[in-house]
Design a protein around this ligand. Sequence first.
Ligand SMILES: [Zn+2]
Length: 168
Amino acid sequence: MKASATAKASATAPGLIIRSSAIHAAGCYTTLPIRKGKRILEYTGPRFSKEEADLRYENRDITYLFGVGDGEVVIDGFGIGMFMNHCCDPNCETEDVNGRVFVSAIRDIAAGEELTYEYNLYDSDDYECPCYCGMPNCRGTMFSDEEVARKAKLARRAAAKAKKAMSA
Ligand SMILES: [Zn+2]
C-alpha cells in the first residue's frame, strides 16, 4: 500500500478515545493535545432526507441525526462523532463544508480533555432537552435559541387555547 493512500483514509485525529463522561453517559476524549483550528473528525454516517428520518425514528428516543445545509438532509451519526457531548462552553465547533460536516477545535485543547460542541438542537418534539454541562454559562438546554423561542410561542398558544376552553 502506498503511504499517501493511508494518510488520506484517516480523516480522524489520532488519540481519540471514548470513555464515561461527567456530562452524559459516554464522551469523546483526546489523549493528545489539539491545536486551535485543527479539524478533528468528520461526522459521518448514512444520509437520508428529513422525511425519511422522521419515519425511521418516529418511536425512538435517542437519535444522532445531524442536519446538513438547510436541514433537508440529515446524517445518521455513526462512529466517534456520535459520542461527542453537548456543552454550553464547548472546545469544538462543527462546520458544514459543501454538505460534509467536520468537527474542529475552537481553542487549544489539552490532553485528557473531553471534546464537546454546541448541539443547537432544533425541530424536536421533545418538550425539553435539559443540559447538565455544569459550565458557569450553561443555558440549561441543548436547544438552539431559535428552537427555545419557537417552543415558547407554541406553549403560549396552547395556554391561550386551554384558557378559552375553560371559559367556554
Ligand atoms: Zn449547558
